[in-house]
Design a protein around this ligand. Structure first.
Ligand code: ADE
Length: 225
């Protein structure tokens, strides 16, 4: 999977994505990340990327020119390769596990991270193919949502997790939340691991896990049932 990220804060994305599981996947060549600083594509000698909105309104908007030129640079690199250009915005479609599964099948994804009060609509008309929100709240920019999406999608790319099963048997795959889990020691501060998990009885273990998943879903996310 090739990720491209258009942002005013490339270091923010690079430092986060090069850690842990996504970092290892990049070393293995399963994921590639290219971050581009939108400011590098301005034609303005002061490298200005924002201006006041026509018609008034709060704050500043990102101008179309550097965003579109930044995308054109990526497009040159991608050539004929199929790709989506995702703009992160609170008014976008809600991102969830199902959307992540669909996007993980793509070959290349380009993320456009806005800042200030948003981006000139003409840039969106020219470059964006998809619009996603990660939840009903407003962040200061699109970088965190882009990282949330890249992280979620990455772990669905074959080979990124050590054990591909763990991508399947998790919360939200199959509409149930994950059951409680335990590791050594068998007793911690007087609390014991449920007997059934030590029994070695595979069928009983599976039954217990399923029941626990239902209980947890009822308690925390009854809307999923
Ligand atoms: N940009 C600012 N807030 C956002 C959100 N909730 N989701 C996606 N992009 C955003």
């Amino acid at each position: 999977m090739d990720f491209y990220c258009m942002t005013l804060f490339p270091e923010m994305i690079e430092s986060c994505m090069h850690e842990s599981i996504t970092g290892r996947a990049m070393e293995k060549g399963l994921l590639n990340l290219t971050t581009l600083n939108i400011r590098d594509f301005t034609l303005d000698k002061h490298r200005k990327v924002d201006d006041y909105p026509y018609g008034g309104g709060a704050g500043m908007l990102m101008q179309a020119e550097p965003v579109v030129r930044c995308y054109e640079h990526i497009k040159e690199q991608l050539g004929e390769r199929k790709h989506r250009v995702i703009y992160l915005t609170p008014w976008g479609k809600r991102f969830d596990q199902r959307e992540a599964e669909m996007l993980s099948k793509e070959d290349a994804l380009v993320f456009l991270c806005g800042h200030y009060e948003g981006i000139d609509e003409r840039a969106l008309d020219l470059v964006a193919t998809d619009f996603y929100s990660i939840g009903d709240y407003v962040l200061t920019g699109g970088e965190l949502p882009a990282m949330v999406m890249m992280d979620t999608i990455s772990r669905l790319v074959p080979g990124v997790l050590n054990n591909d099963d763990s991508a399947i048997y998790e919360s939200f795959s199959g509409n149930l939340l994950e059951h409680p889990q335990y590791t050594r020691p068998e007793e911690f501060r007087g609390m014991k691991v449920p007997e059934v998990l030590l029994s070695g009885h595979h069928a009983n273990v599976e039954k217990w896990k399923h029941e626990q998943s239902i209980e947890r879903t009822k308690k925390f996310r009854p809307d999923l049932l």
